[in-house]
Design a protein around this ligand. Structure first.
Ligand code: IMP
Length: 193
């Protein structure tokens, strides 16, 4: 079986991605002995995904992919975007979500979208796969499933938040699900084993 490293320490992301990929052996950062924080200092998802995948590729020289993702709220000009993971100043999902609700309070427009960009380094070449999931923000958190902003994100076509919807439904419509499926299609077409 082909091996692929997931360049992430986020347990929520890793759980979702593992549920979608079963034909490739996924290695965690722990499996490859990488224990540092991975820097993501840039202003775009693409640059941060590339920085994370490149850092791990330099470390282990194995095929690797990184997901950089976030929630973009239209009334807030796309914020928190690339700083979603530490919007409140801390890497704390509850504080981040409460900060977003506070910032959005004066606005009527509650439309938002999640975006994920995957950077894959495969046989020494670099590829990008993107997914977007449109929706809106719930004024009060609902549900405990998922992670991050899921209790306040209602995807288009549904009445419930990602905090309430089952994970298989989330994966079938989410930003990450779309990006991961594009990567899987690429890997099927480009793996000769
Ligand atoms: P990063 O890609 O490591 O910069 O972190 C992405 C951050 O965006 C997460 O820590 C969450 O705050 C948010 N995020 C990205 N995708 C999701 C999702 O599917 N559900 C909830 N929050 C998400």
């Amino acid at each position: 079986m082909k091996q692929l490293v997931i360049a992430s320490n986020n347990p929520g992301k890793i759980r979702e991605i593992r549920a979608m990929i079963d034909t490739i052996a996924l290695l965690s950062l722990k499996d490859i002995g990488f224990t540092q924080e991975i820097e993501e200092p840039f202003q775009t998802f693409e640059e941060n995904a590339l920085a994370k995948a490149s850092a791990i590729y330099s470390f282990c020289k194995k095929n690797v992919f990184a997901d950089d993702s976030g929630i973009c709220v239209n009334a807030l000009n796309g914020d928190p975007g690339v700083i979603s993971a530490h919007y409140s100043g801390e890497r704390d999902d509850e504080r981040n979500l409460q900060k977003l609700l506070g910032e959005l309070e004066p606005f009527e427009d509650i439309s938002a979208y999640y975006k994920a960009v995957i950077c894959l380094i495969w046989n020494d070449a670099t590829y990008f796969f993107e997914g977007i999931c449109e929706g809106k923000i719930a004024r009060t958190p609902q549900g405990t499933k998922g992670f991050g902003y899921d209790p306040i994100f209602i995807p288009d076509g549904y009445e419930q938040t990602f905090g309430e919807l089952p994970e298989d439904i989330k994966n079938s419509i989410s930003h990450r699900g779309k990006a991961v499926r594009k990567m899987i299609t690429f890997l099927k077409e480009n793996s000769n084993e």
